[in-house]
Ligand binder design. Structure first.
Ligand SMILES: O=C(O)[C@H](CCc1ccccc1)CC1(C(=O)N[C@@H](Cc2c[nH]c3ccccc23)C(=O)O)CCCC1
Ligand SMILES: [Ca+2]
Ligand SMILES: [Ca+2]
Ligand SMILES: [Zn+2]
Length: 317
């Protein structure tokens, strides 16, 4: 819509208060942020599955009803992910040309998932037991938006090893968003929205993928056809390598010197946007990450050595 920017405030999925930009047009206020790129727009699918639904409209700037919570987080967290890519990597939205960030909430009925469909981020409300509204997890939103970045850069094929690499990159930046914004950061994925009645669990772990049945070494990779050849399963191998690269540690008797989250993120961002291609395998990813680290820190740097150690530790040469 065409209108004037105003400040909105609201309650998120976890009951936390946050502020965001809205546009006032006539008598209504919309979840439209005109201050970031070409805009951040949040829609309401009204529990149906036609997309994108309608641009979120309110009669005031206070979104504190239960039905508003999913939209508040989708809008505020999408803005935070926009700011991260702009401030940290100088990337203006997923297309690096300010593309409008579209989010849709209240998709379907009790829909226990979320996805990037090539045009927008779509979030279900969950069934209230296995999941609560999936836009309530900053790591989930950054995960989905990173699929858009990957699609516009390496465009890693969403199947087998390139797909698991695609998945891991999304988990990595989902996690880096939590640390960058200091939003209860951890190396778990989906902890804020998974099993709302059970604290401390998640559906994936980067620090210990085996905690949720995912492999933490190449010798344990899934070779079946399910899950597009295990894209959400074998991502554990790269997730573990990324965790070790950032934090350090000894894994299967291989010691890795940690270099910190920021440098790990820089290396993965540069590799994904410069060296990875649609068909990049785990082994080729190692080479691309080594090259990215060399570009950033020098061929004989600790960072380069730590990338090699991390991939040795998960059995990828
Ligand atoms: O973006 C993705 O990789 C996932 C997209 C899944 C999807 C793909 C195509 C159509 C619909 C849904 C969504 C997320 C995901 O990892 N989903 C996993 C785990 C999961 C979520 N909800 C589930 C319900 C049942 C089984 C598994 C799941 C999956 O779909 O495998 C990412 C972060 C949070 C949810
Ligand atoms: Ca997390
Ligand atoms: Ca839980
Ligand atoms: Zn994903």
């Amino acid at each position: 819509v065409v209108g004037t920017t105003v400040n909105g405030t609201g309650t998120g999925v976890l009951g936390d208060t946050k502020s965001f930009k809205m546009v006032k047009s006539g008598a209504y206020y919309y979840l439209q942020d005109d201050t970031r790129g070409k805009g951040v727009h949040t829609f309401d699918a009204k529990n149906r599955t036609s997309l994108p639904g309608t641009l979120w409209r309110s009669t005031d700037t206070l979104l504190d009803a239960a039905y508003d919570r999913a939209a508040v987080d989708a809008h505020a967290y999408a803005s935070q992910v926009y700011d991260y890519y702009k401030d940290v990597f100088g990337r203006n939205s997923f297309d690096n040309n300010g593309a409008i960030l579209k989010s849709v909430v209240h998709y379907g009925r009790n829909y226990n998932n979320a996805f990037w469909d090539g045009t927008q981020m779509v979030y279900g409300d969950g069934d209230g037991t296995t999941f609560t509204s999936l836009s309530g997890g900053l790591d989930v939103i950054a995960h989905e938006l990173t699929h858009a970045v990957t699609e516009r850069t390496s465009n890693l094929i969403y199947r087998n090893e390139s797909g698991a690499l695609n998945e891991s990159i999304s988990d990595i930046f989902g996690t880096l968003l939590e640390f960058h914004t200091n939003n209860n950061p951890d190396y778990l994925i989906g902890e804020d929205i998974y099993t709302p009645n059970t604290p401390g669990d998640a559906f994936r772990s980067m620090s210990d993928p085996t905690a949720y049945g995912d492999p933490d070494h190449y010798s344990k990779r899934f070779t079946g056809t399910g899950d597009n050849g295990g894209v959400h399963i074998n991502s554990g191998i790269i997730n573990k390598a990324a965790y070790l690269l950032a934090v350090g540690g000894t894994h299967y008797n291989v010691s890795v010197t940690g270099i910190g989250n920021e440098k790990m993120g820089q290396i993965f961002y540069r590799a994904n946007t410069t060296y990875f291609t649609a068909s990049t395998t785990f082994s080729q990813a190692r080479a691309g990450l080594v090259q990215a680290a060399a570009d950033l820190f020098g061929a004989n740097s600790q960072e380069v050595n730590s990338v090699k150690q991390a991939f040795n530790a998960v059995g990828v040469q």
